[in-house]
Design a protein around this ligand. Structure first.
Ligand code: MRU
Length: 341
């Protein structure tokens, strides 16, 4: 396998390493990942997270397993185990489908490795195209807002929503960014803030419940978010809290954009109600943990509701930014997403 480098995954001399995102920003620890159970556990624990990044990581692991001589039968079984690691991000399923097709070729070891390398390179390219389309929407001096982490840590490239914001910054548009901390797992406070510092993007961290006040005060010009799955009618799932931002944006007439590669579209879901939503462990809401330690503030057995994602209806989206262009409601109604079948 070629040497490949992204912010959260890399291959060195044929071996795969994953940056542990649960330890960021206090510690930067790379784990070697050699087995399917290791990869599944890293994805479930969000050591590797972000819709495109988990798809790429799972495929690189399968390519590694092929390179050390695993049989086609074993690799096909492993693909199904990896597919079940997280239920909402469809990039994982779409990327694994490409790997399964490669594994069915005669020379399956070489085709599987080539397929994983190609998926990695493709994601880098898709991120760049989304960034270029999305940055055109940003005007000089605007204040932007984003949720969760959608940058280099979540993809093989510059990211989705954060890629757009980063390019607008590089273009000298003098933007400022509000970063939602993103409860419960703090992907905004821990990861997006860290990436913004690396990228020199002027940002301020806010608690999620401060966004309404900023919008009421006219201090948010545009909102960019990512997605884990987009249904055929344009409804989409993203990190829980996205839907409330969309409702607020609608009320305050703030343009609200979803930014995603075409690999996030799932035409098998007619609308958002068909998107499976992952439920996560109660401890994530009872307290918080990371490289900084563990704190529990709720009663030990406090009953908890902890969906990892929510669904934003298409009606609340201003535009959909894809690698292929920026689409309106009329485009979605005319079936533009069918090109991704
Ligand atoms: O639970 P996570 O951290 O994997 O959730 C990530 C998100 O919701 C992102 O917004 C989404 O994956 C799109 S990122 C490119």
């Amino acid at each position: 396998m070629k040497n490949l480098t992204a912010l959260s995954v890399k291959t060195v001399q044929g071996e795969l390493y994953v940056l542990d995102q649960t330890l960021l920003p206090q510690q930067q620890v790379w784990h070697s990942c050699k087995t399917v159970p290791q990869m599944v556990s890293m994805i479930k624990a969000l050591q590797l997270r972000g819709a495109p990044a988990i798809g790429i990581g799972a495929c690189l692991l399968l390519a590694y397993r092929a390179s050390v001589g695993d049989s086609r039968e074993q690799l096909l079984l492993d693909a199904e185990v990896l597919r079940a690691a997280r239920p909402t991000a469809v990039n994982l399923m779409n990327n694994l489908d490409s790997m399964i097709a490669a594994l069915k070729q005669t020379d399956f070891t070489l085709t599987a490795i080539a397929c994983a390398e190609q998926l990695f390179a493709e994601d880098v390219e898709l991120c760049q195209r989304m960034a270029e389309h999305g940055a055109e929407l940003v005007q000089e001096g605007e204040q932007l807002l984003t949720h969760c982490n959608t940058g280099g840590l979540a993809t093989a490239g510059v990211g989705t929503a954060l890629g757009v914001i980063s390019l607008a910054h590089q273009q000298g548009k003098n933007i400022r960014l509000w970063v939602d901390e993103t409860r419960p797992l703090l992907q905004g406070g821990r990861l997006t803030a860290w990436e913004c510092q690396q990228l020199g993007i002027p940002y301020q961290l806010i608690c999620d419940n401060m966004a309404a006040m900023l919008m009421a005060r006219g201090q948010v010009d545009r909102i960019f978010v990512g997605s884990d799955r987009i249904a055929a009618n344009g409804d989409f799932a993203n990190k829980v809290g996205t839907y409330s931002l969309a409702v607020l944006a609608h009320y305050h007439k703030v343009p609200f954009y979803v930014v995603a590669p075409h690999t996030t579209v799932d035409l098998a879901c007619a609308d958002g109600s068909a998107i499976p939503i992952e439920q996560r462990h109660a401890d994530e809401v009872r307290g918080v943990s990371g490289a900084f330690g563990k704190t529990v503030w709720a009663p030990e057995q406090a009953p908890v509701f902890n969906p990892a994602f929510d669904v934003t209806p298409a009606a609340l989206v201003t535009r959909w930014v894809f690698d292929t262009g920026v689409y309106s409601h009329a485009d979605i109604a005319a079936g533009v997403l069918q090109q991704f079948a």
